[in-house]
Design a protein around this ligand. Structure first.
Ligand code: 13P
Ligand code: SF4
Length: 350
């Protein structure tokens, strides 16, 4: 990366000292990750944000929903900064509050709302987390989805899972032993969600029709292709991948799990990884004794994660040095209250 910018980022961070804490998601660019005080998956970063009451500014190198969660979990005096406001998440955008409320009204009209526990993946707007908190549900991440679902099925007989159909389906089937037929897909763009009353009454998992545009691209063909090219290869994928990809893989888990697996893998072993490319590239560079490859042949960055680049980070840090707070992410008090209820329930899971 540009040496001038590297030097400016270093100087701005030094000038701010402990007043700033920089969080970096594992999918961030190398040029940005080098300035993160801590790196992590979305679960770890939520915890880290909540554990830094002394930092006046949290600079979140990740996407919008993560910065919102950090604002909810930190004190009112702390400011959360997203270096580029255009760093959103296409999956989070697939669930809009008015659509979710409409689905909930349908459940109420059917007389099942009292049996349904809403669960939202961290990758959702603060609005959706607030809805879930108001309705006695919980947030989950890819590293605690199984625990969150088990807790939810102690509270009610059905789960309404937002917004990632794949994480919901994969966790229910692979971790809880459900049948695929226990899951139905609620499509907000179809009349009645595209589901009959009978389907909703019989379902145990009502999955929102959302997906990750990065992980949704990995295919069963790619798994078969790499297995034929690289004998003995271990296929390791994120649970946001499609069900057929996940069932044909050898290992499935969150980004933190993927990193742990590679850290502990024996020298000489071969790994095809189905997650975002910045992370896979860093893993390959850090483990030259292992054969680490990307599961797809096509390039597959998360375009919104990649919007946070060094120029944006430098700009944000220099603004803070100048006494201005750029791109502050704030969640209104009422939404934050209920979203926090749902987040705290997650953080209290065993
Ligand atoms: P985790 O960080 O929970 O593994 O989620 C991956 C992801 O897609 C984040 O946007
Ligand atoms: Fe959203 Fe997928 Fe990008 Fe994560 S990787 S921010 S879920 S689009």
């Amino acid at each position: 990366s540009d040496p001038g910018l590297v030097e400016r980022a270093r100087a701005a961070k030094a000038a701010l000292g402990d007043r700033v804490f920089v969080l970096g998601h594992h999918y961030q660019r190398d040029e940005v990750i080098q300035f993160a005080d801590v790196t992590g998956d979305s679960f770890k970063l939520a915890r880290e944000a909540a554990a830094r009451p002394e930092a006046e500014y949290i600079v979140f190198c990740g996407v919008h929903f993560m910065a919102e969660s950090a604002d909810i979990l930190t004190s009112d005096a702390q400011r959360v900064v997203l270096p580029d406001l255009a760093a959103g998440c296409s999956m989070a955008d697939m669930a809009v509050l008015s659509q979710v409320e409409k689905a909930w009204e349908r459940f109420a009209a059917l007389g099942i709302a009292g049996d349904v526990v809403p669960v939202t993946y961290m990758n959702s707007s603060a609005d959706i987390k607030g809805f879930v908190g108001r309705n006695d549900g919980v947030v989950c991440t890819s590293s605690n989805a199984e625990t969150a679902l088990r807790w939810s099925f102690e509270q009610g007989s059905k789960v309404f899972f937002l917004p990632d159909q794949h994480l919901g389906r994969n966790t229910a089937v692979l971790k809880l032993g459900f049948e695929l037929s226990d899951c139905v897909l609620y499509d907000p763009h179809k009349a009645n969600g595209g589901l009959t009353d009978e389907q909703l009454l019989a379902a145990r998992m009502i999955l929102w029709r959302g997906h990750c545009s990065v992980h949704g691209r990995f295919s069963l063909d790619a798994v078969q292709d790499v297995r034929s090219r690289v004998p003995g290869v271990n296929v390791l994928v994120h649970p946001e991948c499609r069900h057929d990809v996940v069932t044909s893989a050898d290992y499935v888990g969150s980004t933190e799990y993927i990193i742990r697996m590679i850290d502990n893998a024996p020298a000489g072993s071969a790994w095809a990884i189905g997650t975002e490319l910045n992370l896979v590239r860093r893993l390959a560079l850090a483990h030259p004794d292992k054969q680490i490859m990307f599961l797809e042949r096509n390039v597959c960055y998360c375009s919104t994660m990649n919007r946070i680049d060094l120029p944006h980070l430098v700009w944000a840090l220099e603004e803070l040095v100048a006494g201005r707070v750029p791109n502050q992410i704030t969640v209104d008090a009422q939404t934050a209250h209920y979203a926090r209820v749902a987040l705290d329930r997650m953080l209290a899971l065993p």
